[in-house]
Structure formats: C-alpha cells, structure tokens
Write a protein that binds this ligand. Sequence first.
Ligand code: BES
Ligand code: MN
Ligand code: MN
Length: 463
Amino acid sequence: MTEKNTPQEYIARNKENFLAGWFEALRIPSVSALSEHKDDMRRMAEWLRNRLSSAGLAARLVPTGGNPLVVASSPEIPGRPTILVYGHYDVQPVDPLDQWKSEPFEPTIRGGNVFCRGADDDKGQSLAHLFAAESILAARGELPVCLKFVYEGEEEIGSMSLESYLQSEEGRATLAADAILVSDTDMAGPDTPAITNGLRGILGCEIKLTGPSHDLHSGLYGGSVLNPAVALCALLGKLIDRNGKIQVPGFYDDVVTLTEADREAFAMRPFDEKSAYAEIGLKQSFGEPQFTVLERRGARPTFDINGLTSGYQGEGGKTIIPSTASAKLTFRMVPNQNPAQLFENLRAYLAEQLWPGVEMTITGSQMSSGFLVPLDSPFIQAAARGIERVFGKAPLFIRDGGSIPVVSTLASALGADVILAGFGVEEDAIHSPNEHYALESFYRGIEASVAILEELGAMKYER
Ligand code: BES
Ligand code: MN
Ligand code: MN
C-alpha cells in the first residue's frame, strides 16, 4: 500500500463508481409500506450486503419477522472506539405518481440534483458511510476505528424488527458500540452543516367511523342519518384551533418551556421564511404565533392529518351517504411528553366529542418520545471537527422536527452516544414527489464521513 494513496484521492478517482452504486440502489423500489414490494426489500438488503462485503467488511443479513437487517463489521482495533453506522434502506411510497417529472425509481440528473425516491432519505445519505469505508479500506487497508453497520428496512413504518432485535442479547452484542453515526437528517441550510441534537417523537393513529351498513342515497336518507364523513369532519375539527393549539386535554402538561438559550440557538439557524415558504407554494406559515417557525418545528408538539378517506372519489358526483369514513393522524411529540398517556387522553376526548349515530374504532401505532442528545459527548465533538474540515465551517447544533424513533432505543440499548450528522436540506422534498439530492451533497457526505471517522479514530479513547 503506497502512502500517496489517500482516501480523498480514492474518492476523487471513484466518483463514477460511487454514482453507479447509488443509482443501482435507487433503482430498487424498496417501499416498506406496501406488501407488493416484499421481494424488493430483500433485493435491496442483499445489494447492501454485497457492497459491504466487497468493501472488505464481514457482512450478513439477519432475518426478522419483517424485512431483513443488514449488519457488518470490521475487525476490532485495540484502543480505538467502535462506531456503529445506522441507516435505513426502505423508502416512502411514491404517490401521487402524476406529479413526478421523471420516473420515481429511475434516478435522473437535472440541474446538479439526482431525482429519485430515496435519493436523499436515506439511500443517498446513508451510502456515504459505506463508500467512505470502501475508500479508506482501498487506500489504507485498515479503518481508523472499529466500524459496524446496521441498515434496516422498516424505518418508515416504525422499525419493529430492529426494535425487537435490540431486545435480544444477541442483537445488542452484534451492534455493541461506543457511538452511533447516523446520516438521516438535514443541514441547517444549503451551506451550513449541522449536527442535530434534538428530534421529535411521534404518535400515530387511525380513526374509523362506521355508519349505515352500506352507502345510501343521500336524497332518500339525507337529514335523517348521521353521515360518517360529516361526523369525522366535526370530530377532527375539535382537535386543533386556527392558532395551531391542540385541544386534547392535558396535551401540553409535560411540554418543557423553552429557555432563552434554546431560543437563541433556534435564532442562529439561517432561515429565510419568505423564500422557504415560496418554495412550497405558500404565502404564509401556520401555527402557534408566539413561536418562530423553526421553534414550532423543532420544539413544539403538533397535530396532522396524513390521509382522509370517505365516499366517492371518482369522476363527477355521486349522491350518497358513505357507510364509513376514516383518517390517519399523527401527533409529533417533544421531549418529556409521554405518547402512551397522550393516546389514552386522545381516545377519551374523541369518545366524548363524537356525535351519536356512528361507531368509532381507534388504533394506535408508532409511539415514540422526542429526544435531546447531550452535546458534551466527546464523540460529537470529534465528529464536529471532521465536518468542519470538509465544509470549512463548524456545524451548528440544531433541533429538527422529523423523527427517527429507533435511534433513541439504539442509544439506550447499547449505552452509546448518538451523532446525527445529516447532509440533506429541506428543499430535497423527502416523502414528496420529485425527491432529490444534490450530487455535491452526495460526494461531500462521503468526504465528511471519511473525516469524521478519522477524527473519531484520533480521539483519546479508553473504554
Ligand atoms: N429521515 C427522516 C427523519 C428526518 C428527516 C429527521 C429530516 C430530521 C430531518 C425519517 O426517514 C422519517 O421520515 N421518519 C419518519 C418516522 C415515522 C414514519 C415513524 C417521520 O419522521 O415521519
Ligand atoms: Mn430517513
Ligand atoms: Mn423518511
């Protein structure tokens, strides 16, 4: 191995190779929410295992009750920390299909961006670490840390299999690490790197209202039968007011008040509200007026309707009273809120507010708490130095609104610190039509991962 061969030079020489690998992964439609993609999930997991093996790591699939986990590790190096890279290979569904400007699973380059479902979330982001490991091993023959990987295929549907793997002795031993490195979040702005130190949790549920045994003629029965769609609208209208305040009793009881220092940290993040809203076709924001937009997203609980279904959706009109109406809801949770308790409060409140004449069923899902990462971790400080080396400026520490629920379980089950070093930006349109990721972000992610691993390897480390 000649010394002039650095990982950085290897990256520069292998841009085409990495792009081709990313594209191969993007062409596999690994949508976890849809059972018709079961085979694609396995193909995607196998693709990752093969690429990790050819990079020089010991990689295998762990079968689960759901989609397989991909785990890999490098040999242990005495005196060096063990770093576990976490990523997810599943993606969100692509609907509405007619709004995509190119095929959702055919990566297409336009204006320096790669458009494809998963381009950012989380294939583009998480492959950076795999390609970084490949680069370091090719250039130097060994890694600066003991490196492990875990890729799961169920992040977008609640991480059930990884959660239960972490309940097992074997799972915890396989994944044991000092720190967990995750790229599945956003930067503070297009040119402002960040380490995320707070994410929101989530409480999901589905409500179904059932009225008459079948759809009825709305002229014959209208006015004499409670329409489930009307009842659902009335019910959902009781959940939030026009100032974004959630109406469920006790909802804010455990929410921690923001300190001056918290608010200053939010204000540090470069954010042009007008242009950010223009980008999504809006003239104004919504929400609690006493909080800034970034505070509402990062530190306040919220309520959303993700899907609403009832009655006739086809062309033209159809005069019916639908037999059922249903809604998929999510609440975002902030640290210290207890989602299980809030689900009970929600259920009681909805039962009390429901108009008589329809039956209601509520099923809960995806319960996780918001969390904050302590910033005094030496692993986070080392990662920050690596990011600074590549970006030429120190990362901001930011609290963001999305959720990666399994990360807090990983941290507590393994007793490890979490480094949320993401390279996406808000404009990447994750979960939306035309998701994309900048080629520059992709390559910079690989370079940053190399620098982070080098800094982690150079830490003064004792176990
Ligand atoms: N990568 C996102 C979360 C994210 C994105 C956090 C940007 C911060 C900035 C993740 O894949 C995601 O979408 N999570 C889901 C979790 C849910 C399905 C349980 C979410 O937040 O809706
Ligand atoms: Mn993600
Ligand atoms: Mn996602």
